[in-house]
Write a protein that binds this ligand. Structure first.
Ligand code: AP5
Length: 321
């Protein structure tokens, strides 16, 4: 398995990578973790990367690619790996393809983890980690004591917040993701490697969706479910939206459209109106209803008027004369 987890900052790439490590026994390769470690140790690479990371910008491709090449060459990567946070742009993806082609071991799957921006911001704001063992927590979705300490380490060190997890940097990181990383969705879909999952759900449900996606065939051509639905809904005018919902609504919308197109007939003066000197016939309560119409209006069946066939007394007398 050679997998790429693709997703915005805070979409849960790190959290889910950890679970895949346990499940499949292959290593997680996180460029973010490698860079943070280099910064912490103060290596030349870390010094070069620090400013970009704190500003929420991408670190130079040459630094990241050198680091990845070195990491993929280590023996534990021979059985497969989970790439978390790499590649981050088209140039990195092209370089990775070339690197893997050299050893004849191409990627086997790319999973896009979709989460909306409100949830991403909430997750990032609530993220805390242990400076000792690196376990990641979240103050909003986990029950942590008020002192926020690691429950994994015996000495229970206080949890810390990443320096790039502040509000200002998060906005920039999300913009960088949209501009530079999101194009990889089409890139990998085009290569027949992409699977998309809804990563908005709670952690266990996302793991289930992720494992299931890895056993499914890749998407071809179609846009990812959640985004495609939103996009098309935004583009469709109201009548079309209703028509798309169900056939009955479709007919209704079509009729509405037709009625709207039909020019409104100008009121022509009818012969009756002419007779009445151009006056309109009274309408509403004032209008005298014809007997038949009146009966119908009262809910009764109209009765045909009887025509008497008996001659009147006057006519009878005339006949006798
Ligand atoms: P990196 O460390 O890769 O950060 P990121 O991509 O911004 O991703 P995050 O680590 O913020 O989020 P995540 O998706 O891993 O979410 P997590 O599982 O932690 O990169 C940092 C910086 O390094 C970059 O800005 C850049 O400067 C540089 N860099 C890295 N790679 C680079 C590259 N290839 N090229 C150039 N520069 C590079 O979860 C987040 C929080 O949410 C946690 O608290 C977690 O507990 C919680 N959570 C997770 N899942 C759920 C869930 N389902 N429900 C509720 N809470 C959840």
């Amino acid at each position: 398995m050679r997998i790429v987890l693709l997703g915005a900052p805070g979409s849960g790439k790190g959290t889910q990578s950890q679970r895949l490590v346990q499940r499949f026994g292959i290593p997680q390769i996180s460029t973010g973790d490698l860079l943070r470690s280099a910064v912490k140790r103060g290596t030349p690479l870390g010094i070069a990367a620090k400013d970009a990371m704190q500003a929420g910008k991408l670190v130079d491709d040459s630094i990241v690619l050198g680091m990845i090449r070195e990491r993929l060459a280590q023996p534990d990567a021979g059985a497969g790996y989970i790439l978390d946070g790499f590649p981050r742009n088209i140039a990195q993806a092209n370089a990775l393809d070339a690197m893997l082609a050299e050893v004849g071991q191409p990627l086997t799957a790319v999973v896009l983890m979709e989460v909306d921006n409100v949830e991403l911001t909430r997750r990032i704001a609530g993220r805390r980690s242990c400076p000792n063992c690196g376990t990641v927590y979240n103050i909003y979705s986990m029950t942590l004591g008020s002192d926020l300490r690691c429950t994994n380490c015996a000495e229970r060190p206080a949890l810390v917040q990443r320096p790039d997890d502040n509000e200002e940097t998060v906005v920039h990181r999300l913009r960088v993701y949209d501009e530079q990383t999101r194009p990889l969705v089409d890139y990998y879909r085009g290569k027949g490697l992409l699977r998309t999952i809804d990563a908005q759900a709670e952690v266990d449900a996302v793991t289930t969706a992720l494992v299931s996606a890895l056993s499914q065939p890749a998407e071809v051509g179609a846009a990812p479910a959640r985004r495609a639905a939103k996009k098309s809904a935004a583009k469709k005018p109201a009548a079309k939206k209703a028509a798309a919902r169900k056939p009955a609504a479709k007919k209704k919308a079509a009729a509405k459209k037709k009625a709207a197109k039909k020019p409104v007939a100008k009121a022509k003066s009818s012969p009756a109106k002419k007779k009445a000197g151009g006056k309109r016939r009274p309408v509403g309560k004032k209008a005298k209803k014809a007997p038949k119409k009146r009966a119908v209006a009262r809910g009764r069946k109209p009765v045909a008027r009887k025509v008497s066939r008996r001659p009147s007394k006057k006519k009878k007398a005339a006949r006798h004369r």
